[in-house]
Design a protein around this ligand. Sequence first.
Ligand code: BGC
Length: 802
Amino acid sequence: MNSSSYLSSVAACISLFFICSSVSANLYQLPASAGAAIPDLNGNGLLEPYEDTTLPDEQRIDDLISRMTLIEKINMLTGTGFSVGASGGSQKVPGAAGETYALNRFGIPSIVFADGPAGLRIKPTREDDRKSYYATAFPIATALASTWDPHLVEQVGQAMGNEVKEYGVDVLLAPAMNIQLNPLAGRNFEYYSEDPLVSGTLAASMVNGVQSQGVGATIKHYVANNVETSRMVLDAKIGERAMREIYLKGFELAIKNAHPWAVMSSYNKVNGTYTSQSFGLLHSVLRGEWGYTGMVMSDWFSGDDAAEQAAAGNDLIMPGIQPDRDEISKAIELGRLSGAELDRNLKRVLQLVFRSPSMQNYQYSDHPALLEHAQLARQAAAEAVVLLKNAHQALPFSKDIQQIAAFGNTSYDFIAGGSGSGDVNEAYTVSLVEGLNQHHLVVDAELADIYQRYAKQQKAKRIKPKTMFELVPLIPEMPIDPALVEQKAKTADIALITLGRNSGEFQDRELSDFNLSPSEQALITQVSKHFHRQNKKVVVVLNVGNVIETASWKDKVDAIVLPWQGGQEAGNAVVDVLSGEVNPSGKLAVTFPLKYQQLPSAKTFPGKATSEQIVMDPYLKFALGMPSEIQYNEGIYVGYRYFDSFAQDVSFPFGYGLSYTNFAYGNAKLNRATFNGEIKAWLTVTNTGERAGKEVVQLYVSAPQGQLEKPQQELKAFAKTVLLEPGQSQTLSFTLTAEQLASFDDFGSQWLLEKGEYLLALSSSSRERKLSLPFFVDHTQPLGHQLLSLKPRHELKLLNQQ
Ligand code: BGC
C-alpha cells in the first residue's frame, strides 16, 4: 500500500472507529520487535542495573532508558495497534483492548489493557481451544452507585481484579467516572452518578479493590466526556467553577484516595483543547495540584496531534498507530518535542510496566473464581435495587402469590449491561422469569410462550450487527391484546411488567428512548386496568441503563422496582427483592425528572454544529452537520443542584429509595457550633419497622449566599448502616473539612470558604430532610491560590513569562 492510500484508510477507519465492517486484519499492528528475549545474565555473570531486582525500580528504569534507541522509545510510548477483527488490540489475550510494546532485547514484556467498568472484557472463546474465557458481568456502574456502599464496590473491584489477573491482563480500563449530565448520553450506564462526591468515592473504592489484586485500574475519561455524539471532536465549553466543582472533583477524589495506576484522557476537547493534548489538565491540575505520579494514556485514536499529546504529558498513546509514531519522530527532529519530555513520559510508562504481573512473569491460571463472583454479582445487584414506589405494601410478595403473569419482552430477556467497550462477555444472564422459576414461583406459561414466540419472530428479522461493538436495538414492545390481559387478570395473582432499555458507546439515546413507546404505555394502562378490577397488584420492573420518563404512568401501578442493568445475576437479584429475601436499600444517584425538557442541558445536548466544522479535520473525524461544540450553560447546576435550587418538582429525587422497613433519625449533634478547620456530626439511625434493613444517610450542606452564589444544597458526605434488625440502632459519624465545604471562585482562581451560617442536613433523600443543624464559619478563608490551567502549553509559557 502506498503511503497516501495507507493514510486515507487509517483516516477512514479512525473516523468510523469500529463501524468499519471489513478492515484488513492488523492494519495498525506494529511489527514485532526484532530479537528474542535475552537471558537475565550478561556474558560475565553480572546483572545489568535494569535487570537487578534488588535495585529500586527508578534506578532500573533510568538505566534501561539510557540504553534505549530513539525508535524503541517512540515504540514504547505508543501501543502496538488495534485490529478491528476479533483479536482487538492484544496478541496475548484475545479480545483485550491494547498492549504496550515489548522491549524484547531487554527482556521487558508487553503488558495488556482490557475494558471495562462492569467487568473484564475479553473474547470468551478462542480458535482451536475448547476452554472458555467468560468473565463475570457485574451490575453496571449506575447500579453500583445506587448501593451507596463503598465497601461493596471495593469487593466487586477485588473480584474484577482477580479476573483481570487470572486471565493474563495487567491493567483494567475502568472505572469510568464521567458525570451523568444528561439522561440521553449513551455511556451513562458506565458512569456512576450526577454527583461528583458519589462518583469519586465509589470510583476510589473500585480502584482500591482492583489494585488490591496486584493489577492496575484506570480512571477514565478525564475529563468532561459527557456526550457520545461527535465525541472525538466535540468541544465542551465549560466555565472554570463548574469544571472544578463538578467535572474534575470526582477525579480528584479518586486520585487522592486510591492512586490509580493509570488515568485515561478523554476524546473531547475542553474549551478548545483536546484533553489528551492539554498541558493544563494533564500536568498542572492532575500532577501539579493533585500530586498524581502514575501514567496517563489516551483514549483509543483520540486527539489530532500525537506530538502535542506527548508534550502535554499524555504518556502513552493508544492503541498506537504508525502516524502517531511518525508525528512524534518529526516533532523531535523539529525541536517541538524534547528528549527530556520523551524520557519523562517513558519513565511513567515503564514504572507501570515494572509493577505489572507480566513483568513479574506471573503464571496466570485462566481460572478466576467465577462461581464466587457470580454470588457477589447477585448480592451487589440486589443491593443496587431501588424501590421507587410501593403503594399499600404491594411488595414483598405475600404468601398468597403463586401464579405470576409476566408482561413485557424484557421479562424474558433481561439486559445485563450496555454495549460497546463497557460490555462484558458473560456466560449467561438470568432473566426475571428465570429468577422467578429459581425461587419456585409459577410464571404463566401461555403468556411466556406468546412472548417467546414474538421475540423469536422479531429477532429473525433483525439485521446482523456489523461489528462486535454495535448496539443491537431491542425488539419493539409486543403490542398487547386487551382480551389476553383481561383473561390473565382472572387467573394470575399479580402482574409484573418489565420495561427494558439498552444503550452504549458511539451513540446517544433519542428522546423516544427516554419516553415510553405507545405500546409500553398501552401495556401499563391495560394491565393496570384489568388487574386492578380484579383487586390484584401491578409491579413495574425497570431494566434500564439510565433514567427514563416515569411521571406520566407511575400513578397507574402499585410498585416500581429499579434494578437498572444488574449484570448476569440480575434476574435472581430482582426476585430476591420481590420475594422479600433481601430488603431493598438502594437509592438513586441520579434524578428522575418529570420530563426531559426540564433539564437545563436539554437545550444544549448533544451540542451544535459550528462554522469551524466546515474545515474538515485531517483525520476525517466528523462529518458535516454534526455537532462540534456543546455549551455547559447550566454551570454548577447539574442534577439535584439544579432541581433543588430552582424549586423544580421531579418524579423521583436524587438520593431517594424506599425500604420494606422504616428508620428513625435521632440524637443529631455537632462537635462545635463554629467551624474550626473541621466539624463533626453524629446521628443515630433506628430501625423502627418489622424487617431487618439498611439505610443510606445523606449529609447535605446549604452554604450562605456570599461573594459566590451557592446551590440550595450539596451532598457533602454519606454513610450506609449495617443490616439493622427491627429495633436496632447505629450511630453514624461524619467529618467535614474546609476543602469539602469550599466553593471555587473563578475570578480569584481559588477555593473559598465563605463566612456565614451553614445548614447541615441529615436526610434520607435530597427531598427528605430528617434533621438539620446550623453551624458558623466566622471569617472567609481562601484555601491556597490556584491557577486552573486549561490553556495550551505555548499559551501557558507566555502567561508564565508575563
Ligand atoms: C473507549 C474507552 C475504552 C477503549 C478501549 C474506547 O472506545 O472510549 O473507554 O477503554 O475504547 O476499548
